[in-house]
Design a protein around this ligand. Structure first.
Ligand code: UD2
Ligand code: MN
Length: 533
């Protein structure tokens, strides 16, 4: 059994916890078993251990020290809902898959726990191979030690990229090397739950144009406990960043599905973990190979799967844990994250968003150059894909597009015309503040939706918490998130006026004073009421 013994021989002693000592100290027999958290009271650690503990978070964006206390093979929970236990799958009839795991400077324990969780939780007949693609990592443990370790696992193959190519191209390399009819992608810090793969393959077998996505569970970056998400969240697109966010199941999906285990239609995906038919992904032109290091490829794939005749399904009985880091542990080589992200999403917007591209941040390359997208436009044409408007109407009707509100732009005080309402860091539970108008949008870009929400992307002004107006997640239910604007006053459904008081926003009895008056740009007429997310 691969565990800490094998690991400590391969890693520099300085990085490793004194496992025996720490286990005894905290009475840990099987740390992290079954996805349980490993709770370490740092004050009780001996000084030299505490130093390692402290350093390990700074370097990795997660508490590597705790990850290293957990065996490379640990049991993961049985997926919820409980109805999943009654599902059966005909293993002989399902297609095989090639699992592609890309990595760049990944920690030893998280990388190998990913690999073991695949080997331990997948019926051997279904697993053709595990392809590890190394995107030119620099860490020593990922060189010879990794090769030596993997030599014991014949299904696992290591592919090295000589130069740093970024996650998108790394995935394409893994995909091209895959020899089975379906490919399953994972990040390098995942843990597959029991029976994670069968439900994904079952869907792709039913219709090869389905991209099947498991429920992503959070592996806590401090204590490495894995939760069983409840209720399930779906991924949606967000503007103007062209990223994704998680939200509750849209109403129409709640009505459409017949049981808790039914596949859920999801407009978007986080991007890192999914199964897709090899020939379908190939036909879709894989990913735009011009995309750099990180970001945008998830939006590209989400849009083209739907717009070109397929479907993305979230599969409630398939669960995979993922460590969401606090900060990135890798550098971006000779580009930076800003350049990479905006170039990527700028390309995606230009190929897939039609007239809606103007609502994205780098639609015409105003932030960074996006290069030539003509080959990708040709691909879309050759595939005969539908329009973004079709996607909005049929797949994502509740998507709210920032910048497309009835009123839109900065909300400027009449009392102090240089001051605008500002959503700093999208922070909840604090009063919205007034700041000098910045004229560039950002935290000062507000939209009034058809529902009367005052939106900042998926965040809404909310008058229900205190006298001060705060920001909260939009819920689409009106009430404290519904406002009216008559071209001068901004007031709540309950008849109170929004006013500037000192440098914060409050609601108070209307008295016609200048502090209750606002300038806001009318963008268009109100449309029929829709549900937004
Ligand atoms: C999310 C996705 C990720 C990807 C990304 C958008 C999940 C759980 N994760 O970000 O897969 O779709 O959004 O682009 O859905 N890597 C390389 N080369 C690089 C950079 C990263 O191989 O230059 C590897 C990295 O080691 C990891 C994977 O790519 O295995 C994804 O990177 P991440 O974990 O930093 O991305 P994440 O989870 O923030
Ligand atoms: Mn990740």
């Amino acid at each position: 059994m691969a565990d800490l013994g094998a690991m400590s021989r391969l890693l520099p002693a300085a990085d490793m916890p004194d496992v025996t000592r720490v286990k005894t100290l905290f009475n840990l027999t099987r740390p992290g078993d079954n996805g349980q958290p490993v709770l370490i009271d740092k004050q009780k650690l001996p000084a030299e251990e505490r130093l390692k503990y402290d350093l390990s978070e700074k370097e990795n964006g997660f508490r590597e020290y705790v990850s290293n206390l957990i065996p490379l093979r640990r049991r993961t929970p049985f997926p919820k809902p409980d109805e999943c236990q009654n599902k059966t799958y005909d293993i002989e009839a399902l297609p095989q898959t090639s699992v592609v795991i890309i990595f760049m400077n990944e920690t030893w324990s998280t990388l190998l726990r990913t690999v073991h969780s695949v080997l331990d939780n997948t019926p051997p007949r279904l697993l053709k191979e595990v392809l590890l693609v190394d995107d030119a990592s620099e860490m020593e443990h990922l060189k010879t030690p990794l090769e030596e370790y993997l030599a014991d696992f014949p299904k696992v193959r290591l592919i090295r990229s000589k130069t740093r190519i970024g996650l998108i191209k790394a995935r394409i390399i893994g995909f091209d090397a895959a020899t089975s009819s379906t490919v399953t992608f994972l990040d390098s810090h995942c843990e597959c739950f029991q029976r994670w793969l069968e439900p994904l393959l079952a869907r792709v077998a039913t219709d090869p144009k389905i991209a099947a996505v498991p429920v992503t569970e959070i592996i806590n970056s401090e204590h490495f406990g894995i939760e069983n998400a409840n209720p399930i969240h779906v991924a949606i697109l967000t503007f103007p960043l062209l990223s994704y966010d998680w939200t509750y199941l849209p109403k129409r999906e709640k009505q459409r599905v017949k049981s808790l285990t039914d596949p859920i239609y999801t407009p978007a995906m986080a991007g890192g973990i999914f199964t897709i038919s090899k020939s379908w992904f190939e036909r879709l032109g894989k990913y735009d190979p011009e995309l750099l290091i990180w970001g945008g490829e998830n939006t590209e794939l989400s849009l083209k799967v739907w717009m070109c005749g397929g479907r993305i399904e979230l599969i409630p009985c398939s669960h995979v844990g993922h460590v969401f880091r606090i900060h990135t542990n890798y550098h971006y080589g000779n580009v930076n994250s800003f350049y990479s992200y905006h170039r990527n999403t700028g390309r995606v917007a230009n190929v897939w968003l039609d007239e809606y591209k103007k609502f994205t941040m780098n639609s015409d390359g105003q932030l960074v150059d996006i290069g030539d997208v003509s080959a990708r436009k040709r691909l879309r044409k050759d595939l005969g894909c539908k329009s973004f408007r079709w996607y909005l109407n049929n797949v994502h009707p509740e998507l709210y597009i920032v910048g497309d509100g009835v009123y839109s732009g900065a909300i400027r005080s009449v009392l102090q015309p240089s001051m605008c309402v500002n959503a700093r860091d999208y922070a909840y539970s604090v009063a919205l503040e007034m700041l000098p108008c910045n004229e560039i949008g950002g935290g000062q870009l507000w939209d009034m939706s058809e529902l009367g929400e005052i939106r900042h992307s998926i965040h809404c002004m909310d008058s229900g918490y205190s006298k001060e107006v705060q920001l909260a997640r939009c819920h689409g239910g009106g009430g404290h998130q519904a406002f009216k604007y008559d071209g001068q006053s901004l007031y709540t459904e309950f008849g109170y006026c929004i006013a500037m008081e000192g440098n914060v926003l409050v609601h108070q009895t209307c008295d016609g004073s200048l502090s209750q008056q606002w300038k806001w740009h009318k963008n268009r007429e109100q449309r029929n009421l829709t549900n937004h997310i």
